[in-house]
Design a protein around this ligand. Structure first.
Ligand code: PAF
Length: 283
């Protein structure tokens, strides 16, 4: 294996210091592991733009609102190392929880307003945990660019805003969602679905595309678009809708009239698995 593993902050800094002195471009792909096609797309994108790719693998305890979700989050470390090796990653930064949080964390990054709706409304503290760990990772790695998937559109908006508001010196790159042939967004959580649930799960993307088509055909009332999407979702009674919203793409606030760039986003439960997805629509 040519990929290197750094499990401490000091080892990572020692590895990156000479590269930084030489003016090399460092790209960071922050992940929680269980790497899949979506992460590979982030790494590919990073490879085009960076001299050195760092993938961080850290299942961040402070962003989980449910202990069971944290505990059952997959951690296939050896497979992840192999993926990184195959994809030409230079360094995997995989710290322990003790390395990242050596004592009680008393400082947090809170991005207001953008976290009031969608996942922020249903997962209290989630985005505070995400923004805080991502800020820590940016300080540890000091990358020139960092790569995030558009599947987590609210997370991407929150991180972009944090970087802009706090003048963090790096570029955030959003990478389009990777989908299975039937449209289901690739996610680590898909592994929890049984065959039947896997089939039903495609209804979320079907509802999103139905909503997008309605807007493209000229519908401007968000309530009408959402109702039609709910009808599509209702075709799979085992799928429970947590939210289905039309929001403006920067501030992530629900809109009534669709008059500019909007994001349609949904979260559903299939059994005990929570899935999210979204599409962007320009009118
Ligand atoms: O998207 C994720 O995997 C996580 O939220 C992130 C950005 C790695 C922070 O823990």
């Amino acid at each position: 294996m040519s990929v290197e593993l750094a499990d401490s902050i000091s080892a990572l800094r020692t590895r990156l210091a000479p590269l930084r002195r030489e003016g090399k471009i460092i790209g960071l792909v922050p992940t929680m592991g269980a790497l899949h096609a979506g992460h590979i797309e982030l790494i590919r994108r990073a490879r085009h733009e960076s001299d050195c790719i760092v993938v961080s693998i850290f299942v961040n305890p402070i962003q989980f609102d449910r202990q069971d979700d944290f505990e059952r989050y997959p951690r296939p470390v050896a497979d992840d190392m192999q993926v990184c090796d195959q994809q030409g990653v230079d360094v995997v930064f995989a710290p322990s929880a003790g390395e990242m949080y050596p004592r009680a964390q008393r400082s947090f990054v809170e991005v207001e307003a953008l976290t009031d709706h969608l996942c922020g409304k249903f997962r209290p503290g989630h985005f505070r945990g995400v923004a805080t760990v991502v800020a820590k990772l940016f300080n540890i790695v000091q990358p020139d660019c960092a790569y995030f998937g558009e599947k987590d559109a609210q997370q991407l908006a929150v991180i972009r805003r944090m970087v802009a508001d706090l003048n963090m010196p790096l570029t955030i790159v959003g990478v389009p969602t990777v989908r299975e042939p039937d449209g289901l967004a690739v996610s680590s959580r898909n592994a929890h679905l049984n065959l039947e649930q896997r089939r039903s799960a495609t209804v979320l993307y079907q509802a999103l595309t139905a909503a997008r088509e309605q807007i493209v055909r000229g519908e401007r009332e968000a309530a009408v678009v959402k109702q039609q999407a709910q009808n599509v979702l209702a075709q799979q009674p085992e799928v429970r809708v947590e939210y289905f919203e039309v929001v403006d793409s920067d501030e992530i606030q629900p809109v009534e009239r669709i008059e500019r760039l909007v994001r349609i986003a949904g979260a559903v439960w299939v059994g005990t698995t929570r899935l999210i997805d979204n599409v962007l629509v320009d009118v």
